[in-house]
Design a protein around this ligand. Structure first.
Ligand code: GLU
Length: 442
């Protein structure tokens, strides 16, 4: 029986969650946009148009639990902007999911896709559930009913979901199958690109599973090259050991020779001053569904993660993890660069502390764009009926994300600003240019 079956309905609308200095995460995202808009002198009409998402879709749908009872769930899909192409972005299953969070995440997708030069705009969706409290059969029914409820609000050439926190390739293949059986039966195989992040056997791309973590490492490598910093002598700490954090750690340690000193996930925080065997941790975590109890490290208190002396900090968990409370500790621990594997992990107050202390920032819209970049590769492969080799995917990812890094760096110098603002300016410039060319209908 599902643990949630008898619990209070999980569809209670949640009030926006305040984030250091802001009423909601969306206000935080808007403030990042406004700062970049000020720096670049963005046209006031464009500022207005880009201040809200185009569409906010909320669906309520019933799902039968394994014990025969029903839950009424609330699902979101926010379509932020599509001037550059189809809406694109993940689907999140997490207890914190709420409208303002999804709006922020959708806005960041617009900037992320623009910065990477993709023919996509921003979207994001989610359901406010804790997926660990549901059985596989319940998750399948939840996903299929949600997809059905979204109906033609998603589509292979309109709005293309992908995995995010709490969802994975299995979730995507259920979405694809439901969409195809509902709307695309006559075109089964030409509609597979309604979602990306599918298993390879269902039309997914080689290298999509590792893509966000790999992209994070490629941006760290670009930073290291710019700063003439030797990654084989570097130490790092990762917060979050899910898809992004685990692959980033594995690749940074395994391919670049950096040393992982500490890691944290929802099960615990571990530390080893001599370095953690990342391959062993990766296997342990896959088996135990968490890093707690890993024999090759010691357990430490949650907040002590920020005290670990290291060169590179990779927040790869949830939003607003790095605030004015722990940023001074992070500065004191000697961190040289914060590489945002997660979306929105750093508040503007913490950003300012880093800028003042000379700590570099590889912002989320650049640092974690590897996922959506390889999603784009998957989408084009599906459209062409093609299947690229892993080495091709990796090479194309490296080229595209390094190019985005270089363009953002050029704007950092041109506008004499910090890493986040420069990346935002670069992203907004492309969207603004597209609006100027097309004009506003009618
Ligand atoms: N959820 C991921 C992100 O936040 C990937 C989105 C995608 O592949 O469309 O970037």
């Amino acid at each position: 029986m599902s643990q949630n079956a008898s619990a209070a309905p999980a569809n209670t609308p949640q009030a926006p969650i305040a984030v250091e200095g802001f009423d909601s995460l969306y206000q935080m995202a808007v403030s990042q946009f406004a700062r970049a808009a000020d720096s670049m002198g963005l046209d006031k009409d464009l500022r207005l148009m880009l201040s809200q998402p185009k569409n906010e879709i909320i669906v309520n749908f019933p799902v039968r639990m394994d014990n025969g009872s029903y839950q009424l769930l609330k699902g979101y899909r926010i379509q932020h902007n599509n001037i550059l192409g189809c809406y694109k972005g993940g689907i999140r299953y997490h207890p914190q999911v709420h409208l303002d969070e999804v709006k922020a995440l959708a806005a960041w997708m617009t900037w992320k896709c623009s910065l990477s030069g993709l023919p996509f705009g921003g979207g994001k969706g989610g359901i406010q559930i804790d997926p660990t409290k549901y059985s596989q059969t319940e998750l399948e029914r939840i996903t299929r009913r949600f997809t059905h409820a979204l109906g033609t609000n998603i589509g292979p050439d309109f709005d293309i979901p992908a995995p995010d926190v709490g969802t994975n390739s299995q979730t995507m293949v259920w979405m694809m199958d439901t969409y195809i059986n509902t709307f695309g039966a006559a075109h089964k195989n030409v509609s597979r690109h309604v979602v990306t992040g599918k298993p390879v056997s269902a039309g997914g791309s080689e290298g999509r599973d590792e893509a966000t973590g790999r992209g994070t490492v490629y941006t760290i490598a670009a930073w290291a090259q710019e700063k003439k910093f030797a990654l084989d002598k570097a130490t790092f700490v990762v917060q979050g050991f899910g898809n992004v954090g685990s692959f980033a750690a594995k690749i940074l340690a395994g391919e670049y020779g950096s040393k992982l000193l500490a890691a944290q996930d929802h099960t615990g925080t571990i530390h080893n001053a001599k370095g953690i065997d990342v391959e062993a941790l990766f296997k342990y975590c896959a088996e135990k569904k968490g890093i707690a109890g890993f024999p090759g490290a010691e357990a430490i208190a949650k907040d002590d993660l920020w005290k670990v002396k290291c060169d590179i900090l990779i927040p790869a968990a949830l939003e607003a993890q790095v605030t004015s409370k722990n940023a001074p500790t992070i500065v004191a621990s000697g961190v040289k660069v914060v590489a945002e594997g997660a979306n929105g992990p750093t508040t503007p107050a913490a950003d300012k502390i880093f800028v003042d202390a000379g700590v570099d920032m590889i912002p989320d819209i650049l640092c974690n764009s590897g996922g959506v970049i390889v999603s784009y590769f998957e989408w084009t492969q599906n459209k062409q009926g093609d299947g690229w080799y892993l080495d091709e995917v990796r090479a194309k990812l490296k080229r595209r994300i390094t190019n985005a890094y270089d363009r953002a760096t050029a704007n950092r110098e041109k506008f004499k600003t910090d890493g986040r603002n420069a990346a935002m300016i670069t992203a907004i410039q492309r969207v603004a240019h597209a609006y100027k060319e097309r004009g506003i209908f009618p």
